[in-house]
Each structure stands twice: as structure tokens, then as C-alpha cells.
Write a protein that binds this ligand. Structure first.
Ligand code: SAM
Length: 274
């Protein structure tokens, strides 16, 4: 599938993020902020991952697909905890290579596969998964509708999809809307609300959990823990990027605290399922 220059740039950005996330200071930061050390880039904490695992009712013999899996968080953690099989798909080769390395170094009981692939054209068979998940992925890509359609194609009729997404609150003034977009992830804007988008792509919403408050707390913790590792992070990133990281995170936390940027966890099932 041909990629726009914007998609290529984002892909290169994530490739760099995943590589850098493996440095000891970044892994230490991730442990302190999210309670894990997979080199993840979402705001899914260990508590949230446990919640996702329970909502998906994972277990041995179940097949999980994680779209936009990055280097394996949270899919490999969920596979380790539940014994499920898992397929991880993402675009940056570097992320998928790191996930494969982690699989090779662990003794997971389920079968694990990793693939470089596009969520909008998934390289997997139709109706082959008992569970689908993605963490803060739809807010990092433009083709949200196509990704949800593809997830719908590959899920089994009685299965569930659980995903987190960051979005701009509805009904904002032009100025607040612009501030929200500026402070969120690269594709935080969507053509319509997620319930509408899910319905249009063949999904029924089973549950919608507002995790904005937890997102704000995680962001505030991130700022504290970044400042506590200032020397190590400046050595890794340089002074300018370190300062920019804090400016961006502070701007985001302010927007989340104001409620103009929000984060929800959706549980959805295929619309035809009884
Ligand atoms: C915020 S990160 C979350 C990744 C991972 N689950 C984690 O927690 O670290 C969003 C991910 O979406 C991926 N992504 C963006 N566009 C994609 C697409 N079209 N298909 C698959 N993944 C995509 C990015 O490469 C990135 O790894």
C-alpha cells in the first residue's frame, strides 16, 4: 500500500522512538511510569493492561491480534499472563524486530507471531481471532475507518475488541479545539466520534470506560519521573530535546486536566453477533 510522505515521516519517528526506548534510562522511566519495560509508546499502564486482559477474557488456546503492537506492549505481557497465542502487527521494522527479540528471550507458552504490516490492510486471514486490541493506535493514524473495518474482518463472530484512544472533546470553541489538537498525539482528530465510527464499520459498543483521569495521573507521573532522571535523559536526548519533551508533556497534561483532550477504553463486538 503506498504511503503518504506524512505516514512515512511518522513511521520513521516511531522507528526511532522504539530504538531509543530500549536504552536503560528510558526502560527505567517506563517502569516508574507504566510499570513495565517493553519500550512501549502508549499510555497503557500495567493496571490498564490487566483490565484489557480481563475484558478480552484471554486464556490458553485463544488467539489475540494486537494492531500497532510496537515492541510488544501490551500484547506480549497479555500472552505471558494468560497463555494465549498472539500475532503482533506494526509498521516499523525496528519495533517488530524488538518484539521478536523479546519473544526469543522469553518462554511464552502460547504461539507468537510478529509481522510488519498495516492495520488498514492486515496480513491475516478473515475471522481468525478471538480477541483484538490496540493501545492509542487510532490517534496515531489517519485511516481510522479502514483499520476498524480490517479489525472487523479478522475477528471471530463471538469475539471482542478492546482499545484505548485519545481524542478531542466535542463541542469546543475554535481556540480550545486547536489547543487540544496541538497538545495531543499526531492524529488525535477524527472525522466523527468513536461510537459513530464503530457503528459505521460494523461494531456494537459493549462498554465505554472513561480513563481520562488515569491518563492525567500517568502524564503527571511521567513529568515527575522525567525530571528525576534529568541527567541521564539529557545525556541521551540532548538538552533541547529534553526541554521539548517536558514542554510537550506539560501542555498535554494541562489539556487533559481541562478536559479538552480525553482518553477512553472501548469494548466492542461484531455487530452481527447475538
Ligand atoms: C502510541 S503507539 C502504541 C504502540 C504500542 N501498542 C505500545 O503501547 O507501545 C501507536 C502505534 O501505532 C502504529 N501505527 C501507526 N499507523 C499504523 C498503521 N497504519 N498500521 C499499524 N500500526 C500503525 C505506530 O507505528 C505505533 O507503533
Amino acid at each position: 500500500m503506498p504511503r503518504s510522505p506524512e505516514e512515512q515521516e511518522l513511521n520513521a519517528h516511531f522507528a526511532e522512538e522504539y530504538t531509543r526506548a530500549q536504552s536503560p534510562v528510558m526502560l527505567d522511566l517506563e517502569r516508574a511510569v507504566c510499570g513495565c519495560d517493553y519500550g512501549g509508546t502508549s499510555w497503557t499502564t500495567r493496571d490498564e493492561a490487566d483490565c484489557i486482559g480481563a475484558l478480552l477474557q484471554l486464556g490458553a488456546g485463544k488467539a489475540l491480534l494486537e494492531v500497532g503492537s510496537g515492541s510488544g506492549w501490551p500484547a506480549l505481557y497479555l500472552a505471558e499472563k494468560s497463555g494465549c497465542d498472539a500475532i503482533l502487527v506494526d509498521l516499523p521494522f525496528e519495533a517488530i524486530r524488538l518484539a521478536a527479540d523479546r519473544v526469543a528471550g522469553e518462554s511464552l507458552s502460547g504461539a507468537i507471531g510478529v509481522a510488519v504490516g498495516d492495520g488498514a490492510a492486515l496480513p491475516v486471514q478473515s475471522a481468525s481471532f478471538d480477541a483484538v486490541s490496540h493501545s492509542d493506535v487510532l490517534c496515531c493514524l489517519a485511516r481510522k475507518r479502514q483499520v476498524l473495518q480490517e479489525c472487523r474482518r479478522v475477528i471471530r463472530p463471538e469475539a471482542r475488541m478492546v482499545f484505548s484512544v485519545i481524542y478531542v472533546a466535542a463541542g469546543l470553541s475554535g481556540t480550545d479545539h486547536a489547543r487540544a489538537v496541538e497538545s495531543g498525539p499526531p492524529h488525535v482528530e477524527s472525522e466523527c466520534g468513536y461510537p459513530e465510527l464503530l457503528e459505521a464499520t460494523g461494531w456494537d459498543v459493549v462498554e465505554r470506560i472513561d480513563v481520562t483521569a488515569a491518563y492525567e495521573q500517568t502524564g503527571r507521573r511521567h513529568i515527575r519521573e522525567v525530571e528525576a532522571r534529568a541527567d541521564g535523559l539529557k545525556a541521551l536526548l540532548g538538552e533541547a530535546e529534553y526541554a521539548d519533551m517536558l514542554i510537550r508533556r506539560n501542555r498535554n497534561v494541562e489539556a487533559v486536566a481541562e478536559g479538552i483532550v480525553r482518553r477512553d477504553l472501548f469494548v466492542a463486538k461484531p455487530a452481527e453477533a447475538i
